[in-house]
Ligand binder design. Structure first.
Ligand SMILES: [Zn+2]
Length: 288
């Protein structure tokens, strides 16, 4: 994608979102006046009450649709204000595999009816959009609520051979006061990626950077590319639980991870892709 095209795309999305929000505002005022007019009428006969009920139902349906559309517009608006718009093509040529933790029958952490698998997927989609704005080619291990084994996730990484692999998770602990951000890695090649993301996420969200740990987690241990697993907050903590279930906070989480990925690739020679083993054997001389 050319930089100029991305800027045009950003400007277009911004203009569309603004026009759409203006229309929503006008429609809301019109609906309000219409509702008030209905409220003033206190002489409703039997057929009129049926008509009024139908009108109320229609208005509820329209309001529901408007809520959905407003959400889409706000999502686009938020993406448009992303730092990624300022750095189009910064990650051109980079391939990234994102892994939304759990899925299907595996809820992951489950607190106050908020399932980790849904939060992970929502954040991963938002992260994908930002990384693509930065010019990266982004793949996902799952893009819906499907069951996916750890082996299948790693197998996809081995097939695709991306530059980096990021697994997105939310945490939980029986001590509900615990909160903060953690990242995990396995092997020296992945440590810088884990450190960079820990810093960007904790800074971006203004949360504690608890730790980055060397850990024998399957998706890290069996991976062949620099990989990290990020814990974006504790669902067992009531404050973070509420935040992680909001669109706005999920956008912030995605933004903070994207900043980390951007920073990682600004480093001098960041580790990327499968480790290429160099053979110590001398190359054969071509025979005459
Ligand atoms: Zn998890």
């Amino acid at each position: 994608m050319k930089p100029i095209n991305v800027r045009r795309q950003c400007a277009f999305v911004q203009a569309t979102a603004r026009i759409f929000l203006a229309c929503l505002f006008l429609f809301a005022i019109t609906s309000e006046v219409s509702c008030q007019n209905h409220g003033d009428s206190n002489q409703i006969t039997a057929p009129d009450s049926v008509a009024a009920k139908l009108t109320q139902d229609s208005l509820k349906l329209v309001a529901h649709r408007l809520d959905s559309l407003k959400q889409i517009a706000l999502n686009q608006y938020s993406l448009d204000s992303s730092f990624a718009c300022l750095h189009p093509a910064a990650l051109r040529g980079i391939v990234i595999l994102l892994d939304a933790g759990h899925g299907g029958r595996q809820d992951g952490a489950l607190y106050d009816s908020i399932a980790e698998k849904n939060v992970n997927l929502a954040v991963t989609f938002k992260l994908k959009a930002r990384l693509e704005l930065l010019g990266a080619r982004v793949h996902m291990t799952r893009s819906d609520d499907s069951d996916l084994s750890l082996e299948a996730r790693v197998a996809k990484s081995k097939r695709l051979k991306p530059d980096i692999f990021i697994s997105v998770h939310a945490n939980a602990n029986r001590h509900t006061s615990i909160d903060g951000i953690e990242t995990y890695y396995y092997g020296r090649r992945s440590s810088v990626l884990a450190a960079t993301l820990l810093k960007s996420i904790s800074t971006g969200l203004k949360e504690n950077a608890n730790w980055m740990k060397h850990e024998l987690l399957y998706v890290l241990h069996h991976n062949i590319v620099p990989s990290t697993l990020v814990e974006i907050g504790y669902l067992s903590n009531s404050r973070t639980n509420k935040l992680l279930n909001t669109n706005g906070y999920q956008e912030r989480v995605a933004e903070s991870i994207a900043v980390g990925v951007f920073n990682y690739f600004q480093l001098k020679k960041p580790a990327r892709g499968p480790l290429i083993k160099t053979s110590k054997a001398k190359p054969n001389r071509p025979k005459r």
